[in-house]
Design a protein around this ligand. Sequence first.
Ligand code: ATR
Length: 269
Amino acid sequence: MKKWYAVIGDPIAHSLSPYMHETWFAENGVDASYIPIHVKPADLEKALSALKTLGVSGFNITLPHKEAILPFLDRLDETASIMSAVNTVVVDGNQSSGYNTDGDGFVESLFTTPVDISKKVLIIGAGGAARGIAFALKRAGFGTVAIANRTLQRAKELADEVGGFPMTLAEAENDLGEFGIIIQTTSVGLSENKALPMSLENIKAGSIAADIIYTPLETPFLKKAKEQKCITINGVGMFVYQGAIAFEKWTGVKPDTEKMMKLITSKLG
Ligand code: ATR
């Protein structure tokens, strides 16, 4: 029987996940479809039960449900459990298993550029996204991971958990030249927001500057980093790779990520 998959969120209309997964199903001859479903926070439990009753094979979860879904799943993998957040569910019979592919998706997208894991990494921000990325960087073997955040206490908590170094934004601005890889995970720069999370005056030419935002494709952070002669990576790669890891969990097939990055970039450009 034809399988079906979904993404649930609030809002959901602008999600590019249906386009991405439907394209990969077609490219790989997988007989399945993928639909966006608008689920309000108060309806989450009912929606999950309905998805299972209707025979969904798997689904993605986006804002604001990534944490709220935890109590309703039967099983969590280690990463989802560490992060207390899930973006991918595999349904097998009546059993639902939660995964989080965001952090690993980011790290895989980072490796589309030549990267030296002995370089010091700075993460700007200490929220949910920073958390997933910090753990994934450590798993990938990066030695030094510093976390700079507006609220120092949150940077300290994350640094303690992951074995990193907390910094204030002012300290990070000052020491920026020491870092070979700088990752922007805050919401500063999203959509019409023209601000930078911190000054990039001291960034070293040739270092890698990555942003997890993909609307706009070039955030003020990336624009400034490019002016300072850095190698820049936007959030399209993270979006595509988190989806590719989910796709492989569902179908056993590794989809074409390089082509998808081009397709998504042209859709957004
Ligand atoms: P997410 O799960 O998307 O990472 P979050 O948990 O709300 O979202 O975290 C948002 C991050 O952006 C935090 O690091 C936040 O800093 P605080 O911990 O100090 O709140 C950061 N952030 C948001 N707005 C910011 C701003 N105007 N300047 C600097 N950092 C900002």
